[in-house]
Design a protein around this ligand. Structure first.
Ligand SMILES: [Zn+2]
Length: 233
């Protein structure tokens, strides 16, 4: 089992995700209780996801906000949400203690959430894109993200390199590759993009909505919590 209760991704930059060992995070309260035992300040701001492109700033110590990306400069205060296959993308800038968490579902990604969040992140942090560190969390990967050949992404030219035609009228989608390429194009250094490489579908440590639906495997039905924070390092 992967017990990634807390990972220091870059100096002073932390990311954590729950596994099946923690149980399914069925409610925001469960995710907040989970992050409570992992963060120094024992609290965080929970983001209610909308599958859109709204980026919110966590300026006051709010405990719940709505959108698909959140940016904060509150040290030791976590940002968190719950996912079941979608891509969690974390941005960190050490010098300004700015960090952000993006919900990379295909709708949000196709809507431009990565670019939108990065632009806002640069405004808040005054960072140079080359100074930003990125972490891509456990999520549905191209090995298992197979969809019909006729899908909404196939009509978008910017997705062409990230859709791979399979033999059986199916297409596999590389959401993580799309995210990395978009960040790199905006000036983020490739060596600062740390991808966990973990696939939620075929790794039994994780819940996966696609696994549950396709395999009719009830044990895969659940959500994982993802939280990030920074300390004063
Ligand atoms: Zn997989």
């Amino acid at each position: 089992m992967t017990h990634a209760s807390k990972l220091e991704m870059f100096p002073g930059c932390f990311a954590a995700y729950s596994t099946r060992a923690d149980g399914s995070m069925d409610t925001p309260e469960q995710a907040l209780a989970w992050v409570h035992i992992r963060t120094p300040s024992k609290n965080g701001t929970y983001l209610h996801l909308e599958h859109g492109t709204t980026v919110v700033l966590d300026e006051n110590p709010a405990h719940e906000l709505q959108g698909d990306a959140i940016i904060s400069q509150q040290i030791n205060h976590a940002l968190l949400f719950r996912v079941a296959d979608c891509v969690p993308i974390a941005l960190f800038h050490s010098q300004s203690h700015t960090f952000g968490l993006i919900h990379g579902g295909w709708r949000s990604l196709a809507g431009g959430i990565v670019e939108k969040t990065l632009n806002q992140f640069l405004r808040v942090s005054h960072a140079d894109p080359q100074e930003i560190c990125v972490w891509i969390g456990p999520s549905l990967r191209s090995c298992c993200n197979v969809i019909e050949r006729d899908n909404p992404l196939s009509k978008l030219p910017e997705w062409k390199s990230f859709l791979h035609i399979e033999k059986n009228e199916k297409t596999s989608v590389d959401l993580q590759g799309f995210c990395s390429a978009e960040l790199a194009q905006a000036g983020v250094s490739r060596v600062h993009i740390k991808d966990s490489g973990l696939c939620t579908y075929h790794n039994p440590d994780f819940y996966s909505y696609r696994h549950f639906r396709r395999e009719q495997d009830q044990s895969a039905h659940g959500r994982i919590a993802v939280g990030i924070w920074m300390n004063n390092t």
